[in-house]
Design a protein around this ligand. Structure first.
Ligand SMILES: Nc1ncnc2c1ncn2[C@@H]1O[C@H](COP(=O)(O)OP(=O)(O)O)[C@@H](O)[C@H]1O
Ligand SMILES: [Mg+2]
Length: 325
């Protein structure tokens, strides 16, 4: 195993039990949101995680941050299995890995000033107070390209894009080495999205951050990601460098996602054959047998409804598909 790996997810399972009964709760089924997912992220790397809504991306992110307890598997961060360490040790490590979520409005307390919002993690973890705290907040606001004078204002006085900048400043307060960005621009106007993605890209470089960048939008993660993982109904179906994934997508699901991305040139766009996916993503309560994608797959073989395809490493380009086994 390479020694420049910061995060390694090993055989991760997250099942949400469905229970019935009032006095005695009986488990009657499991929602298999994440089902045996493994990948790693190198230090300083940005890994994109894409897939339709409901594929399990947020659940993976929350398991890594231990905002969910895992059902089974490991989340090794800097040599420590976050999924299984005691709460006290986890709390001490929290400053090193931070989330950035989609909705910058609900995650910012409207009653608090920007200064107290951005500075809160520093207070909670006992990192700074007084003048030092004020100075650090000013520095963080500058890092996200806001004016330090904005520290005394309240969240409602800002636009959506500015609020997300405040959220990013807060996530950077403890000087983390790893960020999980879950749909960080999906709630923003398209015109603002690129600015925030560029900001994250610049911060990643200047702070040497490692990032997991989750999005349902493949075109958004393409430029910011070194490698991209594609998820479908709780499973990873493909993982490769951004270029390989775009230029040589192996899995029919990845090809369908790529073909859904519009091409900026209208002439090319008009004459292009689109591969549209029939139907919708099924429920993870009763996922299809064999390859979970087979009912929607235009290239399915007989074996696809019977056997689960193995997730195979083809010199760094991972794919789980019977077409290649
Ligand atoms: N707390 C929860 N309890 C029960 N089911 C959940 C919970 N969180 C997510 N799920 C289910 O797990 C599946 C994956 O959800 P999610 O991880 O949010 O997917 P994505 O982020 O890719 O849209 C969905 O079917 C969702 O309904
Ligand atoms: Mg999600």
């Amino acid at each position: 195993m390479e020694n420049n790996i910061l995060v390694e997810v090993k055989n991760l399972y997250k099942y949400f039990p469905i229970t019935r009964g009032i006095l005695i709760q009986r488990k009657i089924a499991d929602i298999k949101a994440v089902d045996n997912v493994s990948f790693f992220i190198r230090r300083g790397e940005t890994l994109g995680l894409v897939g339709e809504s409901g594929s399990g991306k947020t659940t993976v992110g929350k398991c890594i941050l231990r905002l969910h307890d895992v059902t089974y598997g490991q989340v090794v961060f800097d040599g420590v299995d976050l999924a299984h360490i005691p709460r006290g040790q986890l709390r001490a490590m929290r400053p090193k890995f931070q989330p950035i979520f989609q909705d910058p409005y609900s995650s910012l307390d409207p009653r608090h000033t920007v200064e107290s919002i951005v500075g809160e993690p520093l207070v909670v973890h006992g990192i700074a107070k007084g003048k030092q705290l004020k100075d650090r907040v000013a520095e963080l606001l500058t890092m996200v390209e806001l004016e330090p004078e904005m520290a005394q204002r309240y969240p409602h006085m800002f636009s959506g894009g500015q609020r997300q900048r405040i959220g990013i400043a807060r996530s950077l307060a403890t000087n983390p080495s790893f960020l999980v960005c879950d749909e960080p621009v999906s709630a923003l106007d398209v015109s603002i999205q690129a600015q925030i993605v560029n900001l994250l890209d610049n911060l990643q470089e200047s702070m040497n951050l490692t990032m997991l960048f989750i999005s349902h939008d493949l075109s958004l993660v393409r430029h910011i990601s070194d490698r991209i993982a594609v998820m479908y109904l709780g499973k990873l179906v493909e993982l490769a460098s951004s270029n390989d994934l775009y230029n040589d997508p192996l899995h029919p699901y990845t090809r369908a996602l790529i073909s859904a991305v519009p091409i900026p040139d209208p002439a090319v766009e008009r004459n292009r054959k689109r591969m549209l996916l029939p139907g919708e993503i099924p429920s993870p309560l009763n996922p299809p047998a064999g390859c979970r994608f087979h009912p929607r797959c235009p290239e399915r073989l007989e074996i696809c409804s019977k056997d689960v395809p193995k997730y195979q490493d083809r010199s760094g380009h991972f794919v789980a598909c019977h077409l290649y086994q």
